[in-house]
Design a binder for this molecule. Structure first.
Ligand SMILES: *Cc1c(COP(=O)(O)O)cnc(C)c1O
Length: 264
């Protein structure tokens, strides 16, 4: 609404932000974003897919609100957070901006009321208990919510999500929760530089999505791919890529902070 004039950008940032994001975060952010868009376009072309078949969802965990304000003024209106509390704090700071918030991390059922107040979309549905509580809350608020069903395709203990063998039964049972609008499936692939280890996670999710679509024709979505593997994910059919560090720079917190038990 009131984009900061370029000259005042650096002075509006805290010393910690300046250190992490540099004196001109808007420019580096815009360059990073353009590069990610270009790489998605190339991956789409390689896969024979139209560019607009992939949605880029910027993930902003640990990125402070004043940097998000810059991103917003550069035209980004959707932000994804892993932890609800962090999203709530930023949403409060940025209440004057028309932002769509997406929650992509595991949620405890006692936090559901905050989710429905804040978020447009939820990417980590992985239990019937949560589905039931969420559906009731949405009913009380008289609204629907787009959800993605999270599947653990890597077999790692540290990752949340349903066992692949349980996914179809779970999806059938979602019929009982009319306020939930299942859009597709979501996964985190194994964290590896070796595409031959990462790719099977994506192909498994795609196979499950094809089955799910026979039950729910609307379940066309594949939310998969992060900074390290989004191009591969696009080549394997991703419709949403959740990208943080490739846009906002490296995170100070280790991945194990979000996926406890993960070997770093
Ligand atoms: C942090 C996060 C991402 C993005 O990870 P980057 O490495 O920053 O691209 C994607 N999905 C989920 C669920 C996340 O928590």
């Amino acid at each position: 609404m009131h984009p900061l004039p370029q000259a005042s950008v650096a002075s509006a940032l805290s010393p910690a932000d300046l250190q992490r994001f540099g004196p001109n975060p808007r420019e580096s952010f815009a360059a990073n974003l353009a590069l990610v868009h270009r790489r998605i376009a190339v991956a789409c072309e390689q896969a024979g897919r139209p560019f607009d078949s992939v949605r880029l969802l910027p993930v902003t965990k640990t990125v402070p609100a004043d940097i998000l304000r810059l991103a917003w003024s550069a035209g980004v209106t959707d932000f994804a957070e892993n932890k609800l509390q962090e999203a709530r704090d930023k949403a409060e700071d940025l209440a004057d901006l028309a932002i769509r918030w997406h929650i992509v991390g595991h949620l405890q059922s006692n936090k559901v009321k905050y989710l429905t107040r804040l978020a447009d979309e939820f990417h980590a549905l992985d239990s019937l208990k949560l589905a039931d509580i969420l559906n009731r809350r949405l009913e009380a608020d008289d609204r629907d919510m787009n959800v993605y069903v999270q599947v653990n395709t890597s077999g790692e203990q540290s990752k949340f999500g349903l066992h692949p063998d349980d996914a179809m039964d779970f999806i059938e049972r979602l019929e009982a929760f009319p306020r939930l609008k299942p859009q597709g499936l979501m996964t985190l692939a194994v964290f590896s530089d070796d595409p031959d280890r990462v790719r099977p996670c994506f192909t498994l999710l795609r196979r499950l999505r094809d089955q799910a679509q026979r039950l729910h024709p609307r379940m066309t979505g594949l939310s998969m791919g992060m900074s390290g593997d989004y191009e591969l994910a696009v080549r394997e059919g991703a419709t949403v890529v959740r990208v943080g560090q490739a846009i906002f720079g490296p995170r100070p917190t280790p991945n194990a902070h979000y996926w406890p038990g993960l070997a770093e």
